[in-house]
Design a protein. Structure first.
Length: 251
């Protein structure tokens, strides 16, 4: 049985077996009993994940044609596919689960925010992104690519850039390099006033990243607080801990 690739869904299917094995190897460095694959597509990764012993497996796939293909090609997957958009569903399990996937590039950042929403139940995520997005997620303060994704993800997770994936590992080959990263939930995440305050602050700060912090976030703080010299800095100069501490001073 054949399937078609849908550009509208950002589909680039992994075909390189060695990359699939590397992803599964990285996955097995942490113990888990429940696993959710996002966007299994043609099943390149799925065929390695389904036989893992003692694992309660779910795959989230929006595309009707891929669901039929997967059920025909891998009969063991029947009853394990959530046939919806990852962005629309509730957490697939009520207990801890690991997330893995070659994420559709056009919604990869939104998938990351979904994982953050579910973070109480997601100790580990291994995902494939466009390399530049992957680099943004793992970047450190003071770098040009450090931004909203870096701070919001690293407030809750330790992040590692695992390896590059070249275009020829896919069908069709994307025009960009890809990268696989791992998130491991922090045992001791930074203290914040609230998730909402952190999101509001970080987005305001980086939406005007060339400005001094004082000008970018002035609506969020009293004048007396804004007098502090930390507000002379630009967003990219602040650590995760500094952003977290500032949430307690917000209006």
């Amino acid at each position: 049985m054949q399937y078609t690739l849908k550009k509208s869904l950002g589909q680039h299917f992994l075909k390189d077996e060695s990359i699939c094995k590397k992803i599964v190897g990285a996955l097995q460095e942490d113990a888990f009993t429940r696993l959710v694959e996002v966007g299994p597509g043609g099943g390149a990764l799925t065929k390695y994940l389904l036989p893992l012993p003692g694992i309660d497996f779910r795959a989230v796939e929006l595309d009707d044609e891929k669901v039929v293909y997967l059920e025909t090609t891998y009969p063991a997957i029947k009853g394990k596919i959530i046939h919806e958009s990852i962005l629309e569903i509730d957490a697939p399990f009520g207990e801890d689960f690991t997330v893995v996937g070659n994420f559709p590039y056009n919604i990869s950042s939104q998938i990351l925010f979904k994982v953050l929403e579910w973070r109480v139940h997601v100790p580990v995520m291994i995902g494939m992104f466009q390399k530049e997005v992957a680099q943004r997620i793992v970047s450190k303060p003071g770098t040009k690519v450090y931004g909203i994704l870096s701070v919001l993800v690293q407030a809750f997770y330790e992040v590692d850039y695992l390896f590059d994936v070249p275009p020829e590992s896919f069908n069709p080959p994307p025009k960009v390099m890809s990268g696989v990263i791992r998130l491991r939930k922090k045992a001791d995440p930074v203290a914040i006033k609230s998730e909402r305050d952190l999101f509001v602050l970080v987005k305001a700060a980086f939406n005007q990243r060339r400005k001094m912090l004082r000008n970018a976030v002035k609506g969020q703080f009293e004048e007396s607080v804004l007098a502090d010299e930390i507000f002379n800095k630009r967003a990219e100069q602040l650590s995760i801990e500094q952003f977290a501490a500032l949430t307690f001073l917000m209006r």
